[in-house]
Design a protein around this ligand. Sequence first.
Ligand code: G3I
Length: 375
Amino acid sequence: MKRRDFFYCVASLLGLAFAGQVKSREASLGSAASISNRLYGAAVRGDLLQQDGAYRRCVLANCSSITPELALKWAALQPQPDQFDFSEMDYLMRFAKANGMAVYGHTLLWHESIPAWALEPMATKKDWGIIQRYMETVLGRLAGSIRYWDVVNEPIDTVDGVDGLRNSPFLAAFGPDYIPNALRTARMLAPAARLMINEFGVEYDLAVEDDRRSRLLKLLETLRKGGVPIDGLGLQAHLELAKGQVSQQKLKPFLDAVADLGLEIYVTELDVREGNYAQAPDRRDRDVADAVSRYLDIVMPYSNLRGITTWGICDRYSWLQITPEDLAKYGDIWKDGSGPGLNRGLPFDASMQPKPFSNALLQAFSDSRVKYGRD
Ligand code: G3I
């Protein structure tokens, strides 16, 4: 048994008391979300769920859904052409099942998670069989238990792309048809799944985001008109305070057009990169929560919104790290050796205490009484 398999196997045996830890769900984000028949989830990591009890309890207390932050990416799942590793994913599936949580499938095709071994044969042989075999294995194993799948992640690039599509190894090998082909392959292998395209960068009144919205919409329209199986759009929603305020004027017509195409939406990766680390922590938290509230005010009224996932749950484990370059912008204000701590862009702080972000979510969920039928 490999070290990683052994770890998750022991972890499962020790941790089968999962189900007993769910009691505090009452006041949770997940139960607030369920008022409007939606899910609240967080991107999670299996190793952290095992190692950090406070983190695990926070996830258990709040999430009605989890998204694997790393475990369901191609490079993690198929490290070698003839070797699949589902150990972390199996663990997360058991964890979710024991606690009545949904799992959101992130992600099948993403240019940043292609295993190194696949790059050369994809580029030279243009062999779709590589993708077919990978999708067959992953969906064959998980399609029955995961409803939402980010089939293609981040296909848009209006700056360096080709006709607005990201110049990824997929585009280079298969041309723009890789998108409909991936969706058709996914439908065949997972007939009951909701098939999503997941994108970032559509929230602000910026020229580059105008271009992204319009290219993404064009892609979705083309897919729908061509009868390609696509069920929805994942909105990553990595908010950035330095970009200004989320633009209702820009976002709403975009979401209206997505809804007019008959597509669902799902907020898949909500978090906030702060704009001013020099302020007092409570002011920083308020700025973050204000941005979140503003965003939620725009998206929550959409009856085709199925759920909200934050990209992580607590600042202790956020991908949004403050870099030395960020700090350099503030001169020597922390010359005494202190610093701004972590980026504060998730619902719970580094000690798992709820912050105004969490209240903003609770408020938005409980204000939202939109009822829709799940098909
Ligand atoms: O855990 C190892 C550690 O042992 C090692 O020392 C270190 C050295 O680099 O790497 C650590 O793994 C890193 C892992 O995050 C955990 O921190 C990987 O290198 C790093 O590539 C990985 O980054 C993840 C990234 O996707 C690529 O998979 C981020 O955590 C994850 O938050 C990010 O998530 C993406 C979404 O999938 C798509 N949308 C954007 C989002 C943020 O970039």
